[in-house]
Design a protein around this ligand. Sequence first.
Ligand code: DGJ
Length: 543
Amino acid sequence: MIRLLAALLAWMAVESAALAQAPALVRHGEATQLVVNGDPYLILGGELSNSAASSPAYMAPVWPKLEQMGLNTVLAPVSWQLIEPQEGRFDFSTVNALLEGARAHHLHLVLLWFGAWKNSMSSYVPSWVKRDERRLPRAELSNGSGEEILSAFSSNVLNADSRAFAALMAHLRTVDSADHTVLMIQVENEIGMLPTARDHSPAANHAFASPVPPALTRYLAAHRNTLVRSLRQRWEANGSRMAGSWEQLFGPGTATEEIFTAWYYARYADVVARSGKQQYDLPMYANVALNRPGKAPGEYPSGGPLPHLIDIWKAGAPALDMLSPDIYFRNFTSIAADYDRPDNPLFIPEQGRATVDELMANAFFAFGEHKAIGYSPFDIDDFSGDRAGTRRQGYGILDALTPMMLKAQSAGTIRAAKPAVTFDGTIDDKPQQITLGSYRFTIGFIDPWTPRDQQHPEDHVAMLIQTGPEDYWVAGRGAVLTSEPVGAGPRIAGIDVDWEQKLEGGKWSDLRLLNGDETNQGRHIRLPPGEFTVQRFRLYRYR
Ligand code: DGJ
């Protein structure tokens, strides 16, 4: 009896410790996962349009819609302008309204700190900041004219931004450290410099004329073999120097000005993140506005955590847990690959400018092929009708598969494939091969039984999870899988059984035993185009 009581108490202690623990990123086997209340978690998210969260009245009819769409997490801005209307006097009513709305609708939040940066502008800063450019200076063009972008080279700007952010995090610790409604924090929004590659204010000019900080050269030397190729080439072409000016290390030109900008933006974001973490230690990330090919820094927001600058940001902002791409271009699969690195779990805070069908296929792909911790289309409050329905269907399946996906992410037994699309929209719908366990799968994306002109291969996807030596689950649409054994032994793979799955009340059960026409008499596993479907199948081998 006493032993039982002791065991119970020990179990309760472990439970309450897990509950009290703030959300964190934790390495589990092959994947880094977001752990919430002791369990790994996948963010099936959606980001609100920019101004929605400023108004509880606007949000009132939106919350139930978000819940019905099957989201589990909403990404919502917190505006510096609204929380610190007067210097040093904070008003967290908009934040509290977000917490109430989310909790009432069983949703989590990722809060986005719209501080000094909002898309390479400073439009979300309070009036007392906007109107005091002497104390809180702007970035400048080379002709001395100011911009509506605060200067990252001003310690007054950095202190004011960090203080407000720290106050927000202290508030969250007070009101949410027991509930953990808030899972993560985005630091600033799409930091970047426009329309020139760098700030030309006196402080920025002084920094540009000064030596490259040793912390950066030490990072370059320590990570030489894994540096993004263009950065490594630029540094090595200039002699792999460990000391010198920015131009001595990286050569003259706007590419070097952008590296300089990236370093100082990263250092700025690092201080802001650190000041917040000191109050309440949640995972934090910076999002990035990606660059169009062929454009020069300044024509696109210069110096953000762009693919070619990831290492500069990793070196300059170790307090950030992730650098996360906002994907509005068609080449989703290649961008996802750039941001899936051993030092950077993939999280996609925004995706847009694609059909909802393509968005959902990309979600399956990101979770399956890149072990993403979360995915979140932009402008979620604007989804309705069919678009909301497709999302509900896709997220419903992902939600019900989540326990299996999380286990497989950490075991390295999950993969996914979808046709790659290039920046200019060219779709590569050739079959792809994936090896998982002891079978190699060839996945075709053109359905043999549907007229070609009714198919959109960019919306097709297959996510494969191995659950035993010969057992697999597959989820997706518009994919036809054939398989062959790898390694020694019989050379031919056959389908032993293939069960179509039914989802009811969040639980899977076998619906139909697929055979005959559905598997082309045992020749393949087929996920029809259209709705997402799920099958579990077992293979066998013969000679
Ligand atoms: C990316 C930004 O991060 C969002 O806040 C929003 O401005 C979208 N672009 C609009 O497309």
